[in-house]
Write a protein that binds this ligand. Structure first.
Ligand code: SF4
Length: 320
């Protein structure tokens, strides 16, 4: 039976601030799951700590609200024990690119077949708006007493350099486009990263909805233009088509160059896509031939109410 959008919603009270970009991201995930008709028992959402951490409470699939900076470790482990599960990890830019930055890089190297979405708003919203890793040097939001003293992390550039094989950026107020990006990320064979620009109206008064819409900008024709434009509308081809080093280097380079574009023109869409690189699960199958048919999640752990595995030796070895 086909599931509807409403089937992916929960009754949990939502306590995000009015106008928060988080709403658009959650709606986009729900729309993507509904359009792909993914059964709820075959999808799981893992969230980190921060405002975005509530996401796993608001989507009616399996979910775990994990630890600060550790969402990728939970999600990767879950995907490995149950490779048929559609697995999506979410978190803020502070969570994923601050305390979680080491896991971000390590995950890119593994290329496990799942999706990671960062809610990128430039502040630590849950703890009153301190500067987070994506806030630019010298910017002073209304929540900061002085301008930011650190350079920012470039999430797209870091993902490309770390080995993510699908790297894209969306905008939380362009829900249909974001939904299509999420579908493409979930369908991608490998680790997909989505950096979602998400205005925080409560603490970030620089990167606002009006700012992204370019309300402060005037072209020569005295007309405003949105800062945001879509790569796919500008003949940008992010796909690595052949296993030739020259093409790979060209696609990596153009993604990195595009990732530096910011200010009056901000690209969204897919920056890089490479399905030629084997996902980690594929490499596991080379080592464990029946991994797909008999992954850990399907293995019996008890018989007649008694555990099959004898851990007494292990417990004895832990005695002090
Ligand atoms: Fe959204 Fe910012 Fe409010 Fe957090 S503090 S819920 S990110 S508007």
């Amino acid at each position: 039976m086909a599931l509807k959008l409403a089937d992916y919603k929960t009754n949990v009270h939502n306590d995000w601030c009015p106008g928060c970009g988080d709403f658009g991201i959650v709606n986009s995930i729900q729309m993507a799951l509904a359009e792909m008709n993914i059964p709820r028992h075959k999808a799981s959402i893992f969230s980190g700590i921060g405002c975005s951490g509530k996401t796993s409470h608001y989507i009616n699939v399996y979910g775990v609200h994990t630890l600060h900076g550790r969402v990728l470790t939970f999600a990767q482990g879950a995907k490995l024990v149950n490779p048929e599960m559609t697995t999506i990890a979410v978190g803020g830019d502070g969570d994923g690119l601050g305390i979680g930055a080491g896991h971000f890089v390590a995950a890119g190297r593994r290329n496990i077949d799942m999706t990671y979405i960062i809610f990128d708003n430039g502040v630590y919203g849950l703890t009153k708006g301190q500067a987070s890793p994506t806030l630019k040097l010298g910017e002073k939001t209304k929540s900061l007493p002085t301008p930011n003293t650190n350079y920012n992390v470039n999430p797209i550039g870091l993902a490309v350099a770390s080995g993510f094989t699908f790297v894209a950026r969306g905008y939380s107020y362009d829900v249909r486009h974001l939904k299509d990006l999420i579908k493409a990320a979930v369908e991608h064979k490998g680790l997909a990263f989505l950096d979602v620009l998400q205005p925080c109206p409560t603490y970030n008064d620089i990167n606002t909805r009006d700012w992204y819409a370019g309300k402060d900008l005037m072209e020569e024709a005295q007309q405003r233009h949105s800062r945001i434009y879509k790569l796919e509308e500008h003949e940008f081809d992010p796909v690595v088509h052949y296993s030739e080093e020259s093409e790979l280097n060209e696609k990596l380079s153009q993604a990195l160059i595009k990732s530096l574009e910011w200010g009056n023109k901000i690209p969204i869409g897919v920056f890089y896509k490479n399905e030629i690189i084997t996902p980690y699960t594929g490499r596991l199958e080379d080592k464990i031939p029946n991994y797909r048919e008999n992954p850990p999640a399907l293995q019996k752990i008890s018989r007649d109410g008694k555990p099959i595995t004898d851990v007494s030796k292990l417990l004895d070895s832990l005695e002090v």
